[in-house]
Design a protein around this ligand. Sequence first.
Ligand code: ATP
Ligand code: MG
Length: 458
Amino acid sequence: MNSKILIVEDDKPQAKILGDYLRHKGFDVSCALNAAEGKKLLEERIFDLAILDWKLPDEDGLSLLKWLKEKQPLTQVIMLTAFATVERAVEAIKGGAYHYLTKPVNLEELIFIIEKALKELRLVREVEKLRAQLKELSPPDVPDIIAESPKMKDTLRLVAKVASTDATVLILGESGTGKEVIANLIHRLSPRQNAPFIKVNCAAIPEGLLESELFGHEKGAFTGADKAKPGLFEMADGGSIFLDEIGDMPLSLQAKLLRVLQEGLIRRIGATKETKVNVRIITATNKDLETLVEEGRFREDLFWRINVFTIRIPPLRERREDILPLTQYFLDKFSQKHQKTLQGFSREALDALLSHHYPGNVRELENLIERAVILTEEGEAITLEGFPLPMKLQNEKKKTDLFYTLPLPEAVSLLEKDRIKQAMEEAQGIKTRAAELLGISERVLRYKLAKYGLAGED
Ligand SMILES: Nc1ncnc2c1ncn2[C@@H]1O[C@H](COP(=O)(O)OP(=O)(O)OP(=O)(O)O)[C@@H](O)[C@H]1O
Ligand SMILES: [Mg+2]
Protein backbone atom coordinates (compact mmCIF):
# COMPACT_ATOMS: atom_id res chain seq x y z
CA MET A 1 0.00 0.00 0.00
CA ASN A 2 1.25 3.46 -0.87
CA SER A 3 2.27 5.67 2.01
CA LYS A 4 -0.23 8.45 2.73
CA ILE A 5 1.07 11.99 2.79
CA LEU A 6 -0.81 15.12 3.81
CA ILE A 7 0.32 18.54 2.59
CA VAL A 8 -1.00 21.61 4.43
CA GLU A 9 0.17 24.64 2.47
CA ASP A 10 -1.74 27.85 1.64
CA ASP A 11 0.49 28.79 -1.30
CA LYS A 12 -1.43 27.04 -4.09
CA PRO A 13 1.36 26.82 -6.74
CA GLN A 14 3.79 25.51 -4.11
CA ALA A 15 1.23 22.97 -2.92
CA LYS A 16 0.67 21.81 -6.50
CA ILE A 17 4.37 21.38 -7.23
CA LEU A 18 4.86 19.32 -4.09
CA GLY A 19 1.68 17.33 -4.63
CA ASP A 20 2.39 16.47 -8.23
CA TYR A 21 5.95 15.54 -7.51
CA LEU A 22 5.09 13.23 -4.61
CA ARG A 23 2.21 11.62 -6.53
CA HIS A 24 4.61 11.02 -9.38
CA LYS A 25 6.89 9.30 -6.85
CA GLY A 26 4.04 6.94 -6.02
CA PHE A 27 2.68 8.43 -2.81
CA ASP A 28 -0.98 8.78 -1.95
CA VAL A 29 -1.19 12.55 -1.49
CA SER A 30 -3.92 14.74 0.02
CA CYS A 31 -3.75 18.53 0.09
CA ALA A 32 -5.26 21.15 2.39
CA LEU A 33 -5.02 24.91 1.97
CA ASN A 34 -5.42 25.79 5.65
CA ALA A 35 -5.22 24.27 9.15
CA ALA A 36 -8.99 23.70 9.40
CA GLU A 37 -9.04 21.63 6.20
CA GLY A 38 -5.94 19.81 7.34
CA LYS A 39 -7.57 18.88 10.65
CA LYS A 40 -10.66 17.65 8.85
CA LEU A 41 -8.56 15.28 6.75
CA LEU A 42 -6.63 14.17 9.84
CA GLU A 43 -9.89 13.30 11.56
CA GLU A 44 -10.84 11.10 8.62
CA ARG A 45 -7.74 9.03 8.01
CA ILE A 46 -4.35 8.16 9.37
CA PHE A 47 -1.42 9.66 7.50
CA ASP A 48 2.07 8.26 7.50
CA LEU A 49 3.57 11.68 6.98
CA ALA A 50 2.49 15.31 6.95
CA ILE A 51 4.19 18.36 5.42
CA LEU A 52 3.06 21.48 7.27
CA ASP A 53 3.69 25.06 6.29
CA TRP A 54 4.79 27.17 9.19
CA LYS A 55 2.51 30.03 8.36
CA LEU A 56 -1.09 29.23 7.59
CA PRO A 57 -3.93 31.71 7.21
CA ASP A 58 -6.01 30.42 10.11
CA GLU A 59 -3.49 28.98 12.55
CA ASP A 60 0.25 28.76 12.82
CA GLY A 61 1.82 25.51 11.71
CA LEU A 62 3.40 24.89 15.10
CA SER A 63 0.08 24.66 16.91
CA LEU A 64 -1.25 22.46 14.10
CA LEU A 65 1.80 20.25 14.66
CA LYS A 66 0.94 19.87 18.35
CA TRP A 67 -2.67 19.08 17.56
CA LEU A 68 -1.61 16.48 15.01
CA LYS A 69 0.86 14.80 17.36
CA GLU A 70 -1.87 14.33 19.92
CA LYS A 71 -4.20 12.80 17.35
CA GLN A 72 -1.69 10.72 15.44
CA PRO A 73 1.48 10.47 17.49
CA LEU A 74 3.25 8.16 15.03
CA THR A 75 2.71 10.35 11.96
CA GLN A 76 6.01 11.84 10.83
CA VAL A 77 5.95 15.59 10.25
CA ILE A 78 8.12 17.83 8.09
CA MET A 79 7.77 21.57 8.71
CA LEU A 80 8.27 24.10 5.91
CA THR A 81 9.20 27.70 6.46
CA ALA A 82 10.23 30.69 4.39
CA PHE A 83 12.58 31.97 7.08
CA ALA A 84 14.96 29.51 8.61
CA THR A 85 16.14 30.29 12.08
CA VAL A 86 17.71 28.02 14.66
CA GLU A 87 14.97 28.90 17.12
CA ARG A 88 12.29 27.77 14.73
CA ALA A 89 14.08 24.53 13.98
CA VAL A 90 14.40 23.80 17.69
CA GLU A 91 10.75 24.64 18.29
CA ALA A 92 9.65 22.35 15.47
CA ILE A 93 11.72 19.41 16.67
CA LYS A 94 10.59 19.97 20.23
CA GLY A 95 7.00 19.95 19.02
CA GLY A 96 7.59 16.49 17.61
CA ALA A 97 8.49 17.26 13.99
CA TYR A 98 10.83 14.87 12.25
CA HIS A 99 12.52 17.50 10.14
CA TYR A 100 12.48 21.11 9.16
CA LEU A 101 13.02 22.53 5.62
CA THR A 102 13.25 26.02 4.13
CA LYS A 103 11.47 27.18 1.02
CA PRO A 104 11.99 26.95 -1.85
CA VAL A 105 12.04 23.23 -1.20
CA ASN A 106 14.76 21.18 -2.78
CA LEU A 107 12.70 18.26 -4.06
CA GLU A 108 15.54 15.78 -3.97
CA GLU A 109 16.31 16.66 -0.39
CA LEU A 110 12.62 16.39 0.42
CA ILE A 111 12.27 12.91 -1.03
CA PHE A 112 15.39 11.78 0.77
CA ILE A 113 14.01 12.98 4.09
CA ILE A 114 10.58 11.51 3.41
CA GLU A 115 12.08 8.08 2.66
CA LYS A 116 14.10 8.22 5.86
CA ALA A 117 11.13 9.32 7.95
CA LEU A 118 8.93 6.56 6.52
CA LYS A 119 11.59 3.95 7.13
CA GLU A 120 11.78 4.99 10.76
CA LEU A 121 8.02 4.93 11.01
CA ARG A 122 7.94 1.36 9.72
CA LEU A 123 10.46 0.36 12.38
CA VAL A 124 8.51 2.09 15.13
CA ARG A 125 5.32 0.38 14.01
CA GLU A 126 7.09 -2.96 13.81
CA VAL A 127 8.36 -2.57 17.35
CA GLU A 128 4.95 -1.50 18.61
CA LYS A 129 3.40 -4.51 16.96
CA LEU A 130 5.98 -6.88 18.36
CA ARG A 131 5.60 -5.38 21.78
CA ALA A 132 1.84 -5.83 21.63
CA GLN A 133 2.26 -9.43 20.45
CA LEU A 134 4.81 -10.13 23.13
CA LYS A 135 2.50 -8.80 25.76
CA GLU A 136 -0.26 -11.03 24.50
CA LEU A 137 1.86 -14.10 24.06
CA SER A 138 4.52 -14.14 26.67
CA PRO A 139 2.62 -15.62 29.59
CA PRO A 140 2.79 -19.24 28.52
CA ASP A 141 -0.61 -20.63 27.77
CA VAL A 142 -0.97 -23.65 30.00
CA PRO A 143 -4.42 -25.18 29.93
CA ASP A 144 -4.48 -26.41 33.53
CA ILE A 145 -3.20 -23.23 35.16
CA ILE A 146 -5.57 -20.34 35.63
CA ALA A 147 -3.90 -16.95 35.45
CA GLU A 148 -6.26 -14.15 34.48
CA SER A 149 -5.04 -11.51 36.91
CA PRO A 150 -2.21 -9.19 35.88
CA LYS A 151 -0.22 -10.40 38.90
CA MET A 152 -0.45 -14.05 37.88
CA LYS A 153 0.29 -13.20 34.26
CA ASP A 154 3.44 -11.46 35.40
CA THR A 155 4.31 -14.49 37.51
CA LEU A 156 3.91 -16.79 34.52
CA ARG A 157 6.07 -14.54 32.37
CA LEU A 158 8.76 -14.78 35.00
CA VAL A 159 8.36 -18.55 35.13
CA ALA A 160 8.73 -18.82 31.37
CA LYS A 161 11.87 -16.71 31.50
CA VAL A 162 13.62 -18.62 34.26
CA ALA A 163 12.45 -22.06 33.10
CA SER A 164 14.80 -22.08 30.13
CA THR A 165 17.84 -21.54 32.36
CA ASP A 166 19.43 -23.86 34.92
CA ALA A 167 19.07 -21.30 37.71
CA THR A 168 18.03 -22.46 41.15
CA VAL A 169 14.54 -21.15 41.85
CA LEU A 170 12.96 -20.37 45.20
CA ILE A 171 9.17 -20.22 45.16
CA LEU A 172 7.53 -18.30 47.98
CA GLY A 173 3.86 -17.97 48.78
CA GLU A 174 1.25 -18.64 51.41
CA SER A 175 -0.14 -22.11 51.80
CA GLY A 176 -2.30 -23.17 48.85
CA THR A 177 -1.23 -20.42 46.46
CA GLY A 178 0.09 -22.90 43.89
CA LYS A 179 3.78 -23.29 44.67
CA GLU A 180 3.82 -26.89 43.58
CA VAL A 181 1.92 -26.03 40.43
CA ILE A 182 4.56 -23.46 39.54
CA ALA A 183 7.47 -25.81 40.37
CA ASN A 184 5.94 -28.33 38.01
CA LEU A 185 5.52 -25.74 35.32
CA ILE A 186 9.16 -24.64 35.56
CA HIS A 187 10.22 -28.20 34.87
CA ARG A 188 7.68 -28.66 32.07
CA LEU A 189 8.87 -25.50 30.31
CA SER A 190 12.56 -26.26 30.78
CA PRO A 191 14.97 -28.09 28.45
CA ARG A 192 14.93 -30.85 31.09
CA GLN A 193 11.22 -31.53 30.50
CA ASN A 194 11.80 -35.10 29.30
CA ALA A 195 14.09 -35.99 32.20
CA PRO A 196 12.77 -36.86 35.67
CA PHE A 197 11.03 -34.37 37.94
CA ILE A 198 11.38 -35.55 41.53
CA LYS A 199 9.35 -34.06 44.36
CA VAL A 200 10.51 -34.22 47.96
CA ASN A 201 8.49 -32.86 50.86
CA CYS A 202 11.17 -32.03 53.39
CA ALA A 203 8.58 -31.59 56.14
CA ALA A 204 6.90 -34.95 55.61
CA ILE A 205 9.92 -37.27 55.76
CA PRO A 206 11.23 -38.01 59.28
CA GLU A 207 14.59 -36.39 59.91
CA GLY A 208 16.34 -39.74 60.34
CA LEU A 209 15.21 -40.94 56.90
CA LEU A 210 15.61 -37.77 54.90
CA GLU A 211 19.33 -38.09 54.32
CA SER A 212 19.14 -41.60 52.94
CA GLU A 213 16.10 -40.61 50.87
CA LEU A 214 17.92 -37.67 49.33
CA PHE A 215 21.42 -39.07 48.98
CA GLY A 216 20.95 -42.84 49.11
CA HIS A 217 23.10 -45.34 50.98
CA GLU A 218 25.61 -48.12 50.42
CA LYS A 219 24.99 -51.71 51.44
CA GLY A 220 25.52 -52.13 55.18
CA ALA A 221 25.68 -48.39 55.85
CA PHE A 222 23.33 -48.87 58.79
CA THR A 223 21.28 -51.67 60.29
CA GLY A 224 18.66 -52.67 57.80
CA ALA A 225 20.62 -51.36 54.81
CA ASP A 226 20.92 -54.77 53.22
CA LYS A 227 21.13 -53.35 49.71
CA ALA A 228 22.71 -50.26 48.23
CA LYS A 229 20.09 -47.67 47.24
CA PRO A 230 20.43 -44.57 45.11
CA GLY A 231 18.96 -41.37 46.54
CA LEU A 232 16.47 -39.02 44.96
CA PHE A 233 19.24 -36.73 43.75
CA GLU A 234 20.73 -39.56 41.73
CA MET A 235 17.30 -40.46 40.41
CA ALA A 236 16.75 -36.88 39.32
CA ASP A 237 20.06 -36.80 37.41
CA GLY A 238 19.62 -34.83 34.20
CA GLY A 239 16.28 -33.49 35.42
CA SER A 240 14.94 -31.34 38.24
CA ILE A 241 14.38 -31.90 41.94
CA PHE A 242 11.72 -29.99 43.84
CA LEU A 243 12.54 -29.57 47.53
CA ASP A 244 9.20 -28.53 48.98
CA GLU A 245 8.97 -26.98 52.47
CA ILE A 246 12.71 -26.32 52.37
CA GLY A 247 12.31 -24.21 55.53
CA ASP A 248 11.71 -27.46 57.41
CA MET A 249 14.92 -29.14 56.33
CA PRO A 250 17.01 -30.09 59.38
CA LEU A 251 20.24 -28.12 59.84
CA SER A 252 22.38 -31.25 59.60
CA LEU A 253 21.17 -31.84 56.04
CA GLN A 254 21.42 -28.23 55.00
CA ALA A 255 25.23 -28.49 54.88
CA LYS A 256 24.99 -31.49 52.58
CA LEU A 257 22.51 -29.73 50.35
CA LEU A 258 24.88 -26.78 50.13
CA ARG A 259 27.54 -29.15 48.80
CA VAL A 260 25.23 -30.28 46.00
CA LEU A 261 24.46 -26.70 45.11
CA GLN A 262 28.08 -25.61 45.12
CA GLU A 263 29.80 -28.59 43.55
CA GLY A 264 27.05 -30.81 42.20
CA LEU A 265 28.43 -33.57 44.44
CA ILE A 266 26.54 -36.01 46.63
CA ARG A 267 27.72 -38.75 48.95
CA ARG A 268 25.61 -41.82 49.70
CA ILE A 269 25.51 -42.73 53.39
CA GLY A 270 28.38 -45.09 54.05
CA ALA A 271 30.14 -44.26 50.78
CA THR A 272 33.75 -43.16 50.64
CA LYS A 273 33.48 -41.35 47.35
CA GLU A 274 31.27 -38.51 46.20
CA THR A 275 29.26 -38.77 43.00
CA LYS A 276 28.62 -36.02 40.51
CA VAL A 277 24.99 -35.24 39.71
CA ASN A 278 23.47 -32.83 37.26
CA VAL A 279 20.23 -31.64 38.82
CA ARG A 280 18.31 -28.41 38.62
CA ILE A 281 17.04 -27.44 42.04
CA ILE A 282 13.69 -25.84 42.70
CA THR A 283 12.70 -25.10 46.28
CA ALA A 284 9.58 -23.74 47.93
CA THR A 285 8.41 -22.68 51.34
CA ASN A 286 5.62 -20.72 53.00
CA LYS A 287 7.96 -19.86 55.87
CA ASP A 288 9.85 -16.62 56.21
CA LEU A 289 13.38 -17.85 55.51
CA GLU A 290 15.01 -14.61 56.58
CA THR A 291 13.55 -15.00 60.06
CA LEU A 292 14.67 -18.62 60.16
CA VAL A 293 18.17 -17.44 59.28
CA GLU A 294 18.06 -14.87 62.08
CA GLU A 295 16.91 -17.52 64.52
CA GLY A 296 19.76 -19.78 63.46
CA ARG A 297 17.41 -22.42 62.11
CA PHE A 298 18.40 -21.98 58.49
CA ARG A 299 21.97 -21.65 57.19
CA GLU A 300 22.65 -18.24 55.80
CA ASP A 301 25.03 -19.55 53.09
CA LEU A 302 22.35 -21.98 51.94
CA PHE A 303 19.77 -19.22 51.98
CA TRP A 304 21.85 -17.16 49.55
CA ARG A 305 22.45 -20.21 47.36
CA ILE A 306 18.78 -21.07 46.93
CA ASN A 307 17.64 -17.47 46.77
CA VAL A 308 19.16 -16.87 43.33
CA PHE A 309 15.86 -16.39 41.57
CA THR A 310 12.76 -15.88 43.66
CA ILE A 311 9.20 -16.19 42.47
CA ARG A 312 6.57 -14.87 44.83
CA ILE A 313 3.07 -16.15 44.25
CA PRO A 314 0.56 -13.57 45.47
CA PRO A 315 -2.22 -14.74 47.80
CA LEU A 316 -5.59 -15.19 46.09
CA ARG A 317 -7.13 -12.18 47.88
CA GLU A 318 -4.57 -9.97 46.11
CA ARG A 319 -5.57 -11.23 42.66
CA ARG A 320 -9.32 -11.34 42.86
CA GLU A 321 -9.64 -11.45 39.05
CA ASP A 322 -8.60 -15.11 39.30
CA ILE A 323 -11.45 -16.12 41.62
CA LEU A 324 -14.16 -16.35 38.97
CA PRO A 325 -12.12 -18.23 36.35
CA LEU A 326 -10.81 -20.58 39.03
CA THR A 327 -14.37 -21.15 40.25
CA GLN A 328 -15.48 -22.06 36.74
CA TYR A 329 -12.44 -24.26 36.24
CA PHE A 330 -13.05 -26.19 39.47
CA LEU A 331 -16.79 -26.44 38.83
CA ASP A 332 -16.06 -28.09 35.46
CA LYS A 333 -13.39 -30.28 36.97
CA PHE A 334 -15.51 -31.58 39.84
CA SER A 335 -18.74 -31.82 37.85
CA GLN A 336 -16.87 -34.18 35.61
CA LYS A 337 -15.22 -36.07 38.44
CA HIS A 338 -18.51 -36.60 40.29
CA GLN A 339 -20.51 -36.97 37.08
CA LYS A 340 -23.01 -34.22 37.82
CA THR A 341 -24.57 -31.50 35.73
CA LEU A 342 -25.20 -28.41 37.84
CA GLN A 343 -26.80 -25.06 37.05
CA GLY A 344 -23.83 -22.96 38.14
CA PHE A 345 -24.21 -20.83 41.27
CA SER A 346 -26.95 -18.83 42.94
CA ARG A 347 -26.24 -15.10 43.21
CA GLU A 348 -25.59 -15.25 46.93
CA ALA A 349 -23.27 -18.19 46.53
CA LEU A 350 -21.29 -16.39 43.86
CA ASP A 351 -21.22 -13.20 45.93
CA ALA A 352 -19.93 -15.16 48.89
CA LEU A 353 -17.22 -16.76 46.75
CA LEU A 354 -16.16 -13.44 45.27
CA SER A 355 -15.94 -11.62 48.57
CA HIS A 356 -14.35 -14.37 50.68
CA HIS A 357 -10.90 -13.73 52.11
CA TYR A 358 -9.35 -17.15 51.27
CA PRO A 359 -6.79 -17.64 54.00
CA GLY A 360 -6.21 -21.06 52.40
CA ASN A 361 -5.89 -19.53 48.92
CA VAL A 362 -6.54 -21.59 45.77
CA ARG A 363 -6.63 -24.87 47.67
CA GLU A 364 -9.41 -23.50 49.89
CA LEU A 365 -11.44 -22.43 46.86
CA GLU A 366 -10.84 -25.81 45.24
CA ASN A 367 -12.02 -27.68 48.34
CA LEU A 368 -15.04 -25.40 48.70
CA ILE A 369 -16.19 -26.13 45.18
CA GLU A 370 -15.65 -29.86 45.39
CA ARG A 371 -17.64 -30.04 48.64
CA ALA A 372 -20.44 -27.92 47.14
CA VAL A 373 -20.56 -30.06 43.99
CA ILE A 374 -20.94 -33.18 46.14
CA LEU A 375 -23.66 -31.60 48.31
CA THR A 376 -25.73 -30.12 45.49
CA GLU A 377 -28.46 -32.19 43.85
CA GLU A 378 -28.15 -33.07 40.17
CA GLY A 379 -29.54 -30.31 37.95
CA GLU A 380 -29.63 -27.70 40.73
CA ALA A 381 -27.53 -24.60 41.25
CA ILE A 382 -24.98 -24.39 44.04
CA THR A 383 -26.38 -22.18 46.82
CA LEU A 384 -24.96 -20.87 50.07
CA GLU A 385 -26.21 -24.11 51.64
CA GLY A 386 -23.42 -25.91 49.84
CA PHE A 387 -20.77 -23.92 51.65
CA PRO A 388 -19.38 -24.51 55.11
CA LEU A 389 -20.73 -22.46 57.98
CA PRO A 390 -17.91 -19.88 58.09
CA MET A 391 -18.72 -18.86 54.51
CA LYS A 392 -22.38 -18.40 55.40
CA LEU A 393 -21.45 -16.37 58.44
CA GLN A 394 -19.11 -14.36 56.28
CA ASN A 395 -22.12 -13.44 54.21
CA GLU A 396 -23.90 -12.21 57.34
CA LYS A 397 -20.79 -10.35 58.35
CA LYS A 398 -20.78 -8.57 55.02
CA LYS A 399 -24.11 -7.01 55.96
CA THR A 400 -22.64 -6.01 59.31
CA ASP A 401 -19.61 -4.53 57.57
CA LEU A 402 -21.93 -2.43 55.46
CA PHE A 403 -23.67 -1.29 58.62
CA TYR A 404 -20.41 0.13 59.91
CA THR A 405 -20.06 2.37 56.88
CA LEU A 406 -23.42 4.14 57.41
CA PRO A 407 -23.82 7.68 58.78
CA LEU A 408 -25.08 7.61 62.39
CA PRO A 409 -28.74 8.60 61.78
CA GLU A 410 -29.12 5.87 59.16
CA ALA A 411 -27.35 3.31 61.32
CA VAL A 412 -29.64 4.10 64.25
CA SER A 413 -32.75 3.90 62.04
CA LEU A 414 -31.64 0.59 60.57
CA LEU A 415 -31.06 -0.87 64.00
CA GLU A 416 -34.34 0.50 65.31
CA LYS A 417 -36.32 -0.85 62.40
CA ASP A 418 -34.72 -4.26 62.73
CA ARG A 419 -35.42 -4.47 66.45
CA ILE A 420 -39.05 -3.35 66.05
CA LYS A 421 -39.64 -5.88 63.30
CA GLN A 422 -38.24 -8.61 65.46
CA ALA A 423 -40.36 -7.56 68.49
CA MET A 424 -43.48 -7.46 66.33
CA GLU A 425 -42.75 -10.97 65.15
CA GLU A 426 -42.18 -12.16 68.66
CA ALA A 427 -45.43 -10.51 69.79
CA GLN A 428 -47.20 -12.10 66.82
CA GLY A 429 -48.35 -8.69 65.65
CA ILE A 430 -49.99 -7.65 68.90
CA LYS A 431 -48.84 -4.06 69.37
CA THR A 432 -49.46 -3.79 73.12
CA ARG A 433 -47.22 -6.76 73.71
CA ALA A 434 -44.53 -5.58 71.26
CA ALA A 435 -44.49 -2.16 72.93
CA GLU A 436 -44.01 -3.89 76.25
CA LEU A 437 -41.14 -5.97 74.88
CA LEU A 438 -39.51 -2.83 73.55
CA GLY A 439 -40.12 -0.80 76.70
CA ILE A 440 -41.94 1.99 74.83
CA SER A 441 -45.53 3.19 74.79
CA GLU A 442 -47.95 1.81 72.21
CA ARG A 443 -48.40 5.32 70.84
CA VAL A 444 -44.68 5.64 70.12
CA LEU A 445 -44.64 2.15 68.62
CA ARG A 446 -47.50 3.04 66.24
CA TYR A 447 -45.63 6.15 65.18
CA LYS A 448 -42.44 4.20 64.50
CA LEU A 449 -44.26 1.41 62.66
CA ALA A 450 -45.68 4.02 60.32
CA LYS A 451 -42.31 5.73 59.96
CA TYR A 452 -40.57 2.50 58.91
CA GLY A 453 -43.42 1.31 56.72
CA LEU A 454 -44.04 -1.67 59.00
CA ALA A 455 -47.64 -0.79 59.78
CA GLY A 456 -48.98 -2.55 56.67
CA GLU A 457 -50.00 -5.74 58.43
CA ASP A 458 -52.60 -3.91 60.55
N1 ATP B 1 -3.36 -21.12 39.05
C1 ATP B 1 -3.96 -22.29 39.33
N2 ATP B 1 -4.79 -22.84 38.44
C2 ATP B 1 -5.41 -24.02 38.72
N3 ATP B 1 -5.24 -24.68 39.86
C3 ATP B 1 -4.42 -24.18 40.79
C4 ATP B 1 -3.73 -22.95 40.58
N4 ATP B 1 -2.99 -22.68 41.65
C5 ATP B 1 -3.21 -23.68 42.52
N5 ATP B 1 -4.06 -24.59 42.01
C6 ATP B 1 -4.54 -25.80 42.70
O1 ATP B 1 -4.66 -25.49 44.08
C7 ATP B 1 -4.16 -26.53 44.88
C8 ATP B 1 -3.01 -26.02 45.74
O2 ATP B 1 -1.88 -25.77 44.92
P1 ATP B 1 -0.40 -26.18 45.40
O3 ATP B 1 -0.39 -27.51 46.03
O4 ATP B 1 0.51 -25.96 44.26
O5 ATP B 1 -0.18 -25.04 46.50
P2 ATP B 1 1.06 -24.83 47.49
O6 ATP B 1 1.40 -23.40 47.43
O7 ATP B 1 2.12 -25.82 47.17
O8 ATP B 1 0.40 -25.13 48.91
P3 ATP B 1 1.14 -25.60 50.26
O9 ATP B 1 1.91 -24.45 50.78
O10 ATP B 1 -0.02 -25.91 51.15
O11 ATP B 1 1.97 -26.78 49.91
C9 ATP B 1 -3.75 -27.64 43.95
O12 ATP B 1 -4.77 -28.58 43.85
C10 ATP B 1 -3.55 -26.95 42.62
O13 ATP B 1 -3.82 -27.80 41.55
MG1 MG C 1 2.95 -27.29 48.32
